[in-house]
Design a protein around this ligand. Structure first.
Ligand code: PRP
Length: 229
């Protein structure tokens, strides 16, 4: 039996698809990708001085929210945003089963590395360590990295400025993102191990992919075409 039209849920009843974008350096690199995908958010979306957090686009079926990079994954995992852009570092840290990451956008290239004070890196043989203190905003990645080496890691969880930790006695080493290396150099640290290379991914909530398949697949295809362009 057919349901009356009023009982059918259509895409427009669900409101616009929400695309979560990360604040900061990735947002700048994303501008050209969005343009090639035909996504034009309100002008103040790309201006980080704007206090607005949600922005309409020229397509009534898509709104953009601008959040911290770690929070992009949280919004998408919980279905508050259906799609998003976030670094492979964040996906590695949380490993959310609800998130599907179909596309490497090839932007935001950097690495997650171990860094240590210059003197320590020269004087000590890290293969002889059995315990270590590590400051990081990636406790999961840091713990796993050292567990694989049979080293017991005590993690000091910081949200930023972890380059300060070794000199102030908070940790022996840090695990952090390295791009140009200038933050490490400016703080007397050297990169000692690369844990993983990182780029930004298009991510999708798996439930949204099932409940709004045409819309979500449509947006994935727009990003895919933008990469091919
Ligand atoms: C990241 C990272 C380093 C810095 C590395 O911080 O935590 O501090 O960039 O970049 P570099 O190798 O080019 O110096 P970010 O600027 O993303 O800010 P955050 O501390 O808020 O994460």
């Amino acid at each position: 039996m057919d349901l009356p039209a009023s009982n059918l849920t259509t895409s427009s009843d669900l409101g616009p698809v929400i695309l979560a974008l990360p604040k900061g350096r990735i947002l700048k690199e994303l501008g050209p990708v969005l343009a090639r995908a035909g996504i034009t958010p309100a002008a103040d979306c790309m201006n980080e001085d704007s206090r607005r957090l949600r922005f309409e686009t020229t397509d009534p079926g898509l709104d953009v929210v601008r959040v911290r990079s770690f929070d992009v994954a949280t919004f998408v995992a919980h279905g508050a945003a259906q799609i998003g852009v976030c670094g492979a570092d964040v996906l590695m840290e949380f490993d959310y089963p609800e998130i599907y990451a179909p596309l490497d956008l090839g932007i935001g290239g950097c690495r997650i590395s171990v860094a240590a004070p210059k003197g320590l890196a020269e004087e000590e043989d890290s293969s002889r360590w059995s315990r270590i203190t590590v400051a990081s905003k990636y406790p999961g990645i840091a713990r796993k990295h050292y567990a694989q080496r049979g080293i017991q890691a005590e993690i000091v969880h910081l949200n930023g400025a972890m380059e300060l930790a070794p000199a102030l006695g908070l940790s022996k080493v840090i695990v952090d993102l390295v791009d140009t290396g200038s933050t490490l150099r400016a703080n007397g640290l050297v990169e000692t191990e690369v844990i993983a290379h990182v780029t930004s991914r298009l991510i999708v909530n798996r439930t949204a992919l099932k409940t709004r398949p045409e819309e979500i697949a449509g947006w994935i295809n727009r990003f895919r075409a933008a990469l091919a362009a």
